[in-house]
Ligand binder design. Sequence first.
Ligand SMILES: Nc1ncnc2c1ncn2[C@@H]1O[C@H](COP(=O)(O)OP(=O)(O)OP(=O)(O)O)[C@@H](O)[C@H]1O
Ligand SMILES: [Mg+2]
Length: 511
Amino acid sequence: MFSTRDMPSPSSIFSAYASMTASIMLLRSMANELVPQPIRGYLYNTFGYLIRPRSQTLTLIIEESTGIARNQVYDSAEAYLSTRVSPENERLKISKSAKEKKLTVRLEKGEKVVDCFNGACFKWRFICAESEKNNPNDHSNNSISVRSEKRSFELSFPKKYKEMVLDSYLPFILDKAREMKDEERVLKMHTLNTSYCYSGVKWDSINLEHPSTFETLAMEPELKNAVIEDLDRFVKRKEFYKRVGRAWKRGYLLYGPPGTGKSSLIAAMANYLKFDVFDLELGSIVRDSDLRKLLLATANRSILVIEDIDCSVDLPERRHGDHGRKQADVQAHRASDGRMQLTLSGLLNFIDGLWSSCGDERIIIFTTNHKERLDPALLRPGRMDMHIHMSYCSYQGFKILASNYLETSSDHPLFGEVEGLIEDIQITPAQVAEELMKNEDPEATLEGFVKLLKRKKMEGDVCENSTPDKAEPTRQQSKRRKVGCKQKRGKSNSGVHVTQIRTRRMRGCSL
Ligand SMILES: Nc1ncnc2c1ncn2[C@@H]1O[C@H](COP(=O)(O)OP(=O)(O)OP(=O)(O)O)[C@@H](O)[C@H]1O
Ligand SMILES: [Mg+2]
């Protein structure tokens, strides 16, 4: 037990502290005299951590560039943090270029943002260090100094979140920034410009402002979902394509009568994926070297479209058997008018070979009104991954168009009549759309539309060749289907076959 008598008095504590401080100062001045500065610096740097208080905070420095290349983390953080500004911020930068759709907000020097993710909070600070240097290339006496700015972000957080930041938070920011960039992106439509007489054909681009989306497309919901799922799977499978040693590309064949939405579907796919479109009009290409150059000039994350493939290339192999298909390259073929034309097999071989291996995330789409006229080279396994049949308008399709054009829902009394008629009639979505635009009054428009359907039925414009059953997911199923309609179907096909489903099935079959 201690008694108050044993406890040191405040004056003795003070004198002990004073003598200890004096001893430390004495030791330090002796050390300063005895130990040279470089060694002292080394000792402090090596063992200093033992005497410095340990911080529980980790700060990451994210600089604008890493050498010559821009730092992707910096760019992503800059875009992401622009969505995280708060009323606490006092100074922000604002800008908009001619190409951008919205105003851009950026943090100003020294501004801070606190962002919470998965229950943890992260502090961000924007740093902009200005410096002035003499121009190293200017050797004159009165050289002008160059001002430069070194921009960076500081990201501070408790050390225990280090793994979370590196494994989840920063990847999340990279993804978010990419999404934002995609949203902002103005899609381009590249078409051929043949006016370059001496340097061959070139791509010219304009903004793609086609309003078609999957929401506005009149397609059977099952088919639409199948296409969307296929696209989603494709863009997610970078690693898969690498692992199995395949080029990261996907081919779609869209076939069906004019006005059934093939081009609209292409625009919807481009809008959905935010991919540019390259519209390759083969009829405008004379030399095979031009074709190669054009194909190699297409960008990653793009859709290469070849419309009406049955009309756009001469198909000598169909006349001369399999011989033509063996060629390994695009071959020029002289047509009756003396112009050089291209062979389909050559084009396909080039697309499968060099073109595929030179890029990533490529989609190629062929369209035709006559699938039965297509060369088997196009339909052979591995060429077109999905065959999509765009067919006449079904009741489901009509409902989508009516809701788009008339803003009416399916409880309108005339919808029942339309349902009873439309499945038996060959009417394309383009025709339906045209009818629905004729009048601003939904009532009068629907009455007119029902009259048109009745007239078509009377005139016998009935659906002779609507597809007898639904999606054609396998070869076996497509074979089975062909048994009943040999004359109308083409040769055996490959790929996943999907077709518009008409709710009440008719006799006959489609292409
Ligand atoms: N399935 C559809 N859904 C919505 N609108 C459609 C659909 N099909 C056609 N349309 C309308 O008809 C117009 C023409 O359609 P589109 O050009 O897509 O047909 P297509 O199948 O490409 O025809 P073609 O074989 O002649 O090239 C479109 O601009 C659109 O307004
Ligand atoms: Mg078209």
